[in-house]
Ligand binder design. Structure first.
Ligand code: ADP
Ligand code: MG
Length: 389
């Protein structure tokens, strides 16, 4: 009888691991910046150890919330613990972060669909994590260029085993539930593609999502650039950010109010064994998750706010439904999840960075982000039990 219980317990544990298997959540806390204006009294830069954040274990973070009693004036502190697959405190460098995702990136080369998201309020470090700073160095370059470089090196190594890969890159923006191509070319540019934009910036062309097969999704009229070296990704990132900057003149905060989706399609052919491998790597810099109040917003702002709230909560619902093996996954509820439908669920692998600010005055937003990430990361024991039967 005891043996049976032990077996059930072990199987339950394995099932939970298995269910969780393809979804990972990493929490990354950005350092304090000079622009945060937090210099100490003697003018030295503020320390990164903020009193309200603790890192008890490599996969745990605790937020200390203090409340003051109105009647007695006494303050009480309460620790709110969160655990994820990894927690990166400030000063964790880009390389150390990349090392934790390198294996995931590699699996795109092995034919898996992979999605890596950056979620968090504006200013929490999403773009720094994904792309790196505007003028990156070897040390500061972000996950996109590192991933691309690793993939090229990996493809090169697989040549010895008869594999030949083609890589196609795409860079889209989803703004107000509409897809824009960030790789539209200025007429002077020479790389292959089909979009020209007389006004500069992102194209006003209408793009539609088409799921051709269970593993192939296309976006009509979107520029796809065949890349034959990892250096090209930098040119691509620059072109995208230039286009985004031009588009932003009409709406200052556009980049924080839109999702950007970088997609690298990897097709490998092995002439010796006649095998084909089709992997996709998606790296997504999500719109700022700050709670946007609908009261007071009108017109375009209200529309924008509703679009962001809807697509972020829909993303959470989709990942949650996948983790829980729900029979219905609501992919169609937002453009982002519909676009990524073939890269989420099934045999795909998903990683979400929850980026956070260390500042005490961002505490409420930080807690919201951590709760969202917890939902994405959770898998109910009840579901595991159900799946055991
Ligand atoms: P988001 O894209 O979430 O709005 P950013 O990536 O633009 O945020 O980060 C906000 C600021 O913080 C930028 O100036 C960025 O360079 C800086 N920053 C973010 N994360 C780090 C980090 N890990 N190390 C150093 N600077 C960072
Ligand atoms: Mg950003």
């Amino acid at each position: 009888r005891l043996r049976d219980e032990e077996t059930t317990r072990r199987r339950l544990h394995n099932t939970i691991q298995e269910l969780k298997g393809n979804i990972r959540v990493f929490c990354r806390v950005r350092p304090i910046l000079p622009s945060d204006g937090l210099a100490t009294a003697d003018g030295a830069p503020a320390s990164d150890s903020m009193p309200h954040i603790r890192y008890p274990e490599p996969n745990e973070i605790e937020i200390i919330q203090t409340t003051e009693s109105a009647s007695s004036g006494k303050t009480t502190a309460k620790a709110i613990p969160f655990s994820f697959d990894r927690v990166f405190p400030p000063r964790t460098d880009q390389l150390a972060v990349f090392e934790e995702i390198a294996q995931l990136v590699q699996s795109a080369l092995d034919g898996y669909p992979v999605c890596i998201f950056a979620y968090g309020q504006t200013g929490s470090g999403k773009t720094h994590t994904m792309e790196g700073p505007d003028h990156p160095t070897e040390a500061t370059m972000g996950m996109i260029p590192r991933a691309v470089r690793q993939i090229y090196a990996g493809a090169e190594a697989l040549k010895a085993k008869g594999w030949v890969y083609t890589m196609e890159g795409q860079f889209l923006e989803i703004y107000n539930e509409a897809i824009h191509d960030l790789l539209v070319e200025s007429p002077a540019s020479s790389a292959g593609g089909n979009g020209t934009s007389p006004s500069g910036g992102v194209s006003t062309r209408k793009h539609e999502i088409r799921h051709i097969t269970a593993s192939k999704t296309i976006v009509t009229d979107a520029t796809s650039v065949v890349m034959d070296s990892s250096d090209q990704v930098h040119t691509l990132l620059k072109r995208a950010s230039k286009n985004r900057a031009v588009a932003a003149t009409n709406c200052n905060e556009r980049s924080s109010r839109s999702h950007s989706v970088f997609t690298l399609r990897l097709t490998g052919r092995n002439s010796a064994s006649d095998e084909v491998s089709e992997g996709v790597l998606n790296l997504i810099d999500l719109a700022g998750s700050e709670r946007l109040s609908q009261s007071g917003s009108t017109g375009d702002r209200l529309k924008e706010t509703q679009a962001i709230n809807k697509s972020l909560s829909c993303l959470g619902d989709v990942i949650y439904a996948i983790a829980n093996r729900d029979s219905h996954v609501p992919y169609r509820n937002s453009k982002l999840t519909y676009l990524l439908q073939n890269s989420l669920g099934g045999n795909s692998k998903t990683l979400m960075f929850v980026n956070m600010s260390p500042l005490a005055n961002n505490l409420q937003e930080t807690l919201c982000s951590l709760r969202f990430a917890t939902k994405v990361n959770s898998c109910h024991i009840g579901t595991a039990r159900r799946n055991l039967k």
